[in-house]
Structures are given as structure tokens and as C-alpha cells.
Design a protein around this ligand. Sequence first.
Ligand code: AMP
Ligand code: MG
Length: 407
Amino acid sequence: MNLTTYDQAIEIIEGAAKRQKLSFEKIALEDCVGKVCYEDVLSPEDVPSFNNSAMDGFLIKAEWTRNASQTNPVYLPVHGIIAAGDDSLSADVKAQSLPSTLEIMTGAKVPESGFDSVIKIEDVNCFYDNTGKVIKIEISRHVLSGENMRLRGEDFKKDQLIIKKDTKLSSEHILALAALGVSSLCVYKRLRVAVLSTGRELVHYSQNLHACGIRNSTGPYLQSVFQKQGCDVKYSGFVSDDPYEFKKIIHQTLDTGIDIIITTGAVSMGKYDFVARSLEELGVKKHFHNVAIRPGKPLYFGEFSSGEVIFGVPGNPISTVVAFRFFVLPYIYHLLGLEREKPILAKNVLPFSKPHGFRCFYKAKVHFENAEVYVQILKHQASFMVSSLLEANAWAVIPEEKNKIVN
Ligand code: AMP
Ligand code: MG
């Protein structure tokens, strides 16, 4: 049998992703997390937008304290107070002769002239009137010019590049964008996906299991992983091993506007493995069928003449998981211009063997010790076994040319 290698398959998948044109939409900031930026985002304004105080303290001009010390303190009368949100221009500072000071709170606007620093309240001695108001402060150290000042544009400058095109938006981006007053963004439209499971043995998870039934676990799994990638799962259901029914549903889902179809089951060599044949009858261009991997070898990938792609993945749960993780996800990432995932090298803990000529994706556990990464291939690698997947915290990807791996 002619097997496609993993690297060849990825090249083909990325080629198909390049041909797909994704459209964009403008959406509200609060809906942006997890979406991918369609264009560069520049800062529309300076942040902070005005000079303000980094501390609760007193406004001064640093040069007034040039000779200040414990034995030669400087005394300044206090003429008022500026709180965050107050317009400092309306404070009575202008009427006062300098040197004098104003009490200022964290985040409050520093008046345009006269002051260049803030000395924090912990660093001065305060003198109070009988109403408890500070009327004078004593400074006994030299204050540096600019101390405790947050300057206009110190965080973001107007027109500075904030987010590059093709960046996946995180909550940290939302924090920055909200601070900058960006209320909406152009992002790639959600990918529209259909998940179609095949198998006459399949039973919906909410139904009683009949004598020879198997619960459709990979349908809900795929739905969840696509949703996690921000995709719009427009259809998720299952059909019996009936090519006629299968083709009818494929037609119907295409009509609703779909970018990716993923089918599970019926791509191997069995009597009821009809998917590849049915897709050929539907005019799908087959890019590959059968890849030199374990698990998940019978994987199918094709493209409709109208541009949609279809992954036909084998039905065993771990084959489906591997197909999504190592084939579908790279397709989505490439489509959205996201950077390809980079694996890390780990030291093997327990010797094991694998089939030569196949790239193997094994459920594994990694741990860190003395700045080294160690990996243990778990027991129960069979592609129907989900229990070991729950134990795993990583995938071990073992190259084709190896067959015995020692530590
Ligand atoms: P197939 O790829 O159709 O030959 O199926 C291979 C194995 O995976 C069989 O044991 C199926 O019963 C099982 N299987 C197929 N589809 C699913 C599914 N959606 N959820 C769980 N197991 C499945
Ligand atoms: Mg089947």
C-alpha cells in the first residue's frame, strides 16, 4: 500500500489551507478573545493620556530638595488635594506661590506646570491642622526629577503597533485594547465546521446502549475541540453505514455553508468502509488516503471543487484524537496564519518499541527535573483506550526511522 508520510501530509494540508480565502468581520471588543486578528492594530492614542502620579503623595519640583537631608529638611505648605479623576487645572495650585505642594492620589492628573515629581506619603512628615487636614510637609531627602511620575505615552505611543495581523487574541490583548479605547476589531470569521460520525453500531450518549452498540464518543469530542478553537460547529450527527444517507448529509451540510467537514469511521479496508468511495462519487479531489502513522493510519484528506476540505478520520477514539491534534489543527493554524506548534525534546524514561517506518503519536506523561524534560510512554496505547488519555499530559511523537527506543 502506498502510504503518505506525515511530513508530506502536512505539506499537502498547508497547501490546501493556503488556497482557502477566509473572510473577516468586525466584532465588539468583548467578543474578541480567542479570535485571530485580520489586520495590524495601531494605538489610536497615547496611554497614559496625561502625566499622572504613581503614588499617593505630594507634588514637588525635585530641585527644591537638592540640599534636603535629615539635618536640613525642606518644609512645604500644602494648598490642596487632587484625587484620581479630578481635573488638576481647577485645583487651587495656580493661585499659590511656589515652592508649595499639593497632595495627590495615585492616578490623579499632574498639573501642566510647576511640578516634576511626587514624593510618596510614607517618605514625608506631615503636619495637620485641628480638623485633621495636612497643612505642611517636611522632606528630608533629595528627590529625583521624575520620581513617581507616570508620563503621557509611557505605556503606549499613538500609532505604535499593538497587535500584529494573525495574532490570536488573549485576555491580555483585551486589557490593552480596552485601555486604548479600541471598541471593535476586524477578525477572521469563525470557521464553519460539520462533524459527521458513521457506524451502524453508534448510539447517542444519552440513549441506552443496546447489545452490540458503542456510544458515539468522538462526535461530542470533535464538537468540543472545534468549539475550543473558536469554530462554529454547524452540524454534528451520525449516520449508519449507508453511503446513500452519508452522501445526502454531506450535500445538505455543504448547502448550509461549511469550510471544513470531518467524518469519523469507515475509511479503512473493511466491507463497510465506504467513505473514500462515496467522496469520489461526490467529485471530491482526494489529496491522500493512508498515512504512515500510528494510530490513525487510514486517514483521508480531500477537497471539494467548491473549495471546502474534508478529513475522513478512522473511528477508533484515539485515532480521531490524533487526527484532530496532528492534522486538522495544523490545517486550522495555517489557515489563520498562526505559528506552527514547536515540539520539545524530552529524555525517555522507560524503553519501548514501535513499528519501523511509522511516525507514532503516543499518550505520554512528562515531568521536569533539574531543568530537563523526561517523558514516559504510558501503557495502554491501543487506539480504542481512552482511559490512558486521561492519565496523559503530553503526546510523545516518535520519528519513523526508530523502532526500539531506550533511555
Ligand atoms: P471504523 O473506523 O468505522 O472501522 O471504526 C473503528 C472502531 O471505532 C470500531 O470499533 C468502532 O465501533 C469505533 N468507532 C467508530 N466510530 C466511533 C465513534 N463515533 N465513537 C466511538 N467509537 C467509534
Ligand atoms: Mg465503522
